[in-house]
Design a protein around this ligand. Structure first.
Ligand code: TYD
Length: 200
């Protein structure tokens, strides 16, 4: 079965992208597909540095944007592209859309156009799914001491607004994730299966 579908799941912090990426990967594997599950920030040295910087609010937003783009170019060119060519279904827990949204909200000096430019080596996914949830609910799923620099309600309110605006203009799928996990996952599976049928 050779199908190189590239799916990304994104949304505000605590939206459930990690849980749903894992569940979707398991579901597709059970159906007999070869699946490559991956995430951003990646486990590369650049990704590890980014995870340290996520705890440090002194890092300039431009630096964050450039590092996320560097991490992503490595991720796409070294991992994703090859897996796609080998016919895997690639599922990335966060991808380019996170940079477009999070880094542009961080600073007025950062435009969507510039983020698209520095990320142009990373190919667009076939399917982008935005999990939508109220930040007050998503943050209540996290423990106070583990919070990263973006994990506060006023910032995430803006992030959510931009995700929803982008979803409208770019025709992304938006799924309400303030619901029973199985129900949300069922909706994700349904739309991915629809794409797989079209591709077959
Ligand atoms: P998250 O995906 O929640 O990972 P973890 O569960 O390990 O904390 O956190 C990644 C954070 O990085 C999240 O706040 C969004 C942010 N981010 C960006 O700002 N830009 C990006 O390009 C990416 C991929 C993530």
């Amino acid at each position: 079965m050779v199908i190189g579908l590239f799916i990304t799941i994104d949304g505000i912090d605590g939206c459930g992208s990690t849980t749903h990426s894992k569940l979707l990967a398991g579901f597709l594997e059970n159906k007999g597909y070869n699946v490559f599950l991956t995430r951003e920030p990646t486990n590369s040295e650049i990704g590890k540095l980014l995870r340290i910087y996520l705890k440090n609010d002194k890092i300039p937003p431009e630096t964050d944007a450039l590092l996320f783009a560097a991490d992503r170019s490595y991720h796409y060119l070294i991992d994703i592209k090859e897996k796609q060519e080998d016919g895997f279904i690639v599922i990335s827990d966060r991808y380019k859309e996170a940079s477009i949204v999070y880094q542009s909200v961080q600073s007025e000096r950062i435009s969507t156009k510039w983020i698209e430019e520095i990320n142009k080596f990373a190919q667009d996914p076939d399917i982008t799914i935005i999990l939508d949830i109220d930040p007050a609910i998503s943050l209540s799923r996290k423990t106070q001491k583990d919070l990263e620099k973006f994990e506060n309600t006023p910032f995430l309110d803006k992030v959510r607004e931009i995700y929803l605006e982008r979803a409208k203009s770019q025709n992304y799928y938006v799924i309400n994730s303030d619901d029973i996990i199985e129900f949300v996952q069922g909706k994700i599976q349904k739309l991915v299966l629809k794409h797989l049928k079209q591709k077959a």
